[in-house]
Design a protein around this ligand. Structure first.
Ligand code: HPA
Length: 273
């Protein structure tokens, strides 16, 4: 993936749009329904876009939806690319580079995650305050294009502080059962063992998932401010005496769908400039 490919992809998308999007939305497993609420949508399947990979997981649609949501011009990814699908980190984060080229300044990243923190309950939403890259890889490895961002980017505030405050205020207004915490990005595709979850808890993790970290690293590199929201779809392995299934993840995210939709819409409506 290189700048020429980013340009070709963004030019293709631009050719279909009347407005420049300012907010990007990456919608995780079971959360893609948010894109159905976008007004006057332009829908572009990933398969049409030059150099875009195609998403392969059930529960993910695989298209961009661009249009207006709560008075903002947004570009939503209905379905993302995961490292466990076999894409490399540059492919996983290619859409973030493209969204940057299209003009976004803010990125909302969402996911389904397992709760490591024992105070959490399935169905909670969690504002991501920080992350741990436990993937053993980075999308920023390789030659650095100084036009895109610095060689050694700061990650000390990977999740924008003002946006975290904004999200907390919004959650309070809406009376949501909200948590905040540290997201651990694992490669997957296997769910963790109980021992791994105990380790991650010791290391400071509150929730674990198989995405988000690469996209957030690239967004920070590119100077995009990030807000992250996890939907706690299940308690992580070894906490409850039951196996984990993808069906459970999809079921729980469906149950909190209304809360999630209301939350993101309120966040957009009241987003500080
Ligand atoms: N572990 C990793 N990824 C996940 C989980 C989990 O428990 N739940 C949803 N995504």
């Amino acid at each position: 993936m290189n700048q020429t490919q980013v340009k070709e992809a963004s030019h293709y998308i631009q050719g279909k749009l009347n407005h420049e999007p300012t907010v990007g939305l990456i919608l995780g497993s079971g959360l893609g329904v948010l894109a159905d609420e976008i007004k006057n949508p332009t829908t572009i399947p990933y398969s049409e876009i030059p150099h875009f990979p195609e998403s392969t997981v059930s529960g993910h649609k695989g298209q961009l939806v661009v249009g207006e949501l709560e008075g903002r011009q947004v570009i939503a990814m209905q379905g993302r690319f995961h490292y466990y699908e076999g894409y490399d980190m540059k492919q996983v984060t290619f859409p973030v580079r493209v969204m940057k080229a299209l003009g976004i300044e803010t990125l909302f990243v969402t996911n389904a995650a397992g709760g490591i923190n024992k105070d959490f309950k399935p169905g909670n939403l969690m504002i991501i305050t920080d992350h741990i890259n436990n993937m053993g890889d980075s999308p920023l490895i390789g030659p650095n294009d100084e036009n895109l961002g610095p060689r050694f980017p700061d990650m000390s505030e990977a999740y924008d502080r003002d946006l975290i405050v904004h999200a907390k205020q919004s959650a309070e207004r809406l009376n949501l059962d909200i948590q905040e915490g540290v997201y651990v990005g694992n490669t997957g595709p296997a769910y963790e063992t109980g021992a791994e979850i105990r380790m991650l808890r010791t290391l400071g993790g509150d929730a674990v998932g198989m995405s988000t970290v690469p996209e957030v690293m690239v967004a920070n590199h590119a100077g995009i401010r990030v807000l992250g929201i996890s939907c706690i779809s299940n308690m992580a392995a070894g906490i409850l005496d039951q196996p984990l299934t993808h069906d459970e993840v999809i079921e729980t995210t469906a149950q909190v769908r209304e809360d999630f939709l209301g939350f993101v819409k309120d966040l957009l409506k009241t987003l500080p400039a």
